[in-house]
Design a binder for this molecule. Structure first.
Ligand code: EPZ
Length: 421
């Protein structure tokens, strides 16, 4: 298995291009199931999770053409679709459950494996099921699979989500586009990935209002058609690379970055003493030699501070003067980076959903590993600032969500390389 070696202590300078958003692309791809005409996605990131979704769609009978060098994915879900999403693929990636809504809407039936365990929390699917039932789907759990039917087609309904769920909002939004009548989704997620999905569906002929607010209204239509759509920039990749000059020192321009994608995160970053400026091409993050300051962080659904940047922010705060409290409210087991950061000299005390981080003067390199994507990249960030060498094992987690990470950071002066294993 490959690992990544980081030799710390280098300040950074240069530009990093931000790729298309993994989590937007992972919901736009299953939207292709809603029409027999091709959906072409541009600015698609080149990541292993995207390849997994492509394999899943192929197993359902779609043709997926990938012009990797041009970052284009063309997906055709012709007439002959299979409606069974097999455990062997679904267990590799939870976002596979996003085929459930589109299959029910287009085919009137779906059998989708439950994804099973996850490193960061239980992550059930009850809200997806609740939402689809409100649209008239009959759902049954059997043999580890969700068996769904919608005889006579889905019907518009009102969905009141008790908590905000990105995936459940996406599944219901896609299903509602082909349901008869009007669907109202209350307490909908407001993430930029939801806005991207709604815009893409609208380009395919759907009638949707209110995306980006807590109430989304969908007027069902008879059929959708093909479209070409550009995937939004990856706000989590953006936030991660904003933290690189913040922790290592220096100044980096994030090409394609927009402040509104990461506003609450950027505000917190500035409170630590880092400068964030808009430029013509994106955002520039600069840190002069001064010591960082501690801040408190609480993760929340968008527009709050994203859970997907909590691990990376913790890496930064290990070096800030004073004590920071990081409260994780979305997932119950998302502090697995903390014990690894301790091995690099950090002082962190985790109690339930809160981690208290007492800033230290310096971190030291160490061999480390993590069990999820964002935890792994937080260790790379810590390695950029640590004295000596840090080796991050289990790089396949990073390859799920960060494209050409070594190249992007190396291009700004970081001493980082992949060790083939
Ligand atoms: C999406 O996951 C993202 N994944 C996650 O990114 C992200 O952390 C998460 O949203 C929160 O922003 C993709 O978009 C592919 P949720 P999702 O449903 O949709 C609970 C990354 O690192 N819940 O908004 O699965 C759930 O357990 C990943 O890129 C239920 O209780 O997240 C959690 O506590 C990791 N029942 C909360 O809701 C349900 O049916 C929010 O989860 C569904 C969710």
């Amino acid at each position: 298995m490959d690992s990544i070696l980081v030799k710390g202590g280098q300040t950074l300078s240069g530009q990093i291009p931000i790729s298309g958003a993994k989590n937007a692309c992972l919901t736009l791809m299953p939207a292709a199931l809603l029409t027999s005409e091709p959906l072409t996605l541009t600015n698609a990131p080149r990541l292993s999770d995207i390849r997994t979704m492509a394999s899943l769609l192929e197993s359902l009978g779609c043709e997926v053409a990938s012009l990797q060098h041009r970052r284009v994915l063309a997906i055709s879900a012709g007439a002959d679709l299979n409606h069974i999403a097999d455990y062997e693929i679904v267990r590799r990636m939870r976002a596979s459950n996003l085929v459930l809504g589109p299959l029910l809407a287009r085919e009137g039936r779906a059998v989708v494996s439950l994804p099973g365990g996850c490193a960061i929390g239980a992550r059930p699917m009850d809200l997806h099921l609740m939402g689809l039932e409100a649209l008239g789907a009959k759902l049954e759990l059997k043999d580890g699979y969700v068996h769904g039917t919608a005889n006579g087609g889905l019907k518009g309904g009102t969905v009141d989500f008790p908590i905000v769920s990105v995936g459940a909002t996406e599944n219901v939004l896609m299903a509602a586009t082909l349901a008869k009548g009007t669907t109202v989704i209350n307490n909908a997620a407001r993430e930029p990935e939801i806005v991207d999905l709604a815009r893409c569906l609208r380009a395919m002929g759907a009638q949707i209002e209110g995306e980006g607010t807590s109430t989304i209204t969908v007027q069902g239509v008879e059929s959708l058609h093909g479209a070409t759509y550009q995937v939004v920039s990856d706000r989590i990749e953006l936030g991660t690379y904003m933290l690189a000059p913040a922790i290592a020192g220096g100044s980096v321009e994030l090409l394609g970055g927009r402040r509104e994608l990461v506003a609450s995160f950027a505000d917190k970053l500035e409170q630590t003493g880092v400068t964030v400026e808009d430029t013509d091409a994106g955002l520039r993050v600069t840190r002069n030699g001064e010591r960082l300051r501690a801040v408190d962080v609480r993760t929340e659904p968008f527009p709050g501070f994203p859970t997907d940047l909590q691990a990376q922010m913790m890496a930064l705060l290990t070096l800030a003067e004073g004590t920071s409290a990081l409260e994780e409210t979305i997932f119950e087991n998302r502090f697995m980076h903390a014990p690894e950061l301790l091995r690099m000299g950090a002082k962190i005390d985790v109690h339930g959903g809160t981690a208290k981080v007492e800033g230290v003067e310096r971190l030291t390199g160490a061999p480390v590993m993590a069990t999820d994507l964002r935890a792994s990249v937080s260790l790379i960030l810590a390695g950029l600032a640590a004295e000596g060498e840090t080796t991050v094992a289990r790089v396949y987690h990073l390859d799920r969500g960060y494209e050409r990470l070594e190249e992007k950071l190396g291009g700004c002066g970081a001493r980082i390389e992949r060790i083939k294993g």
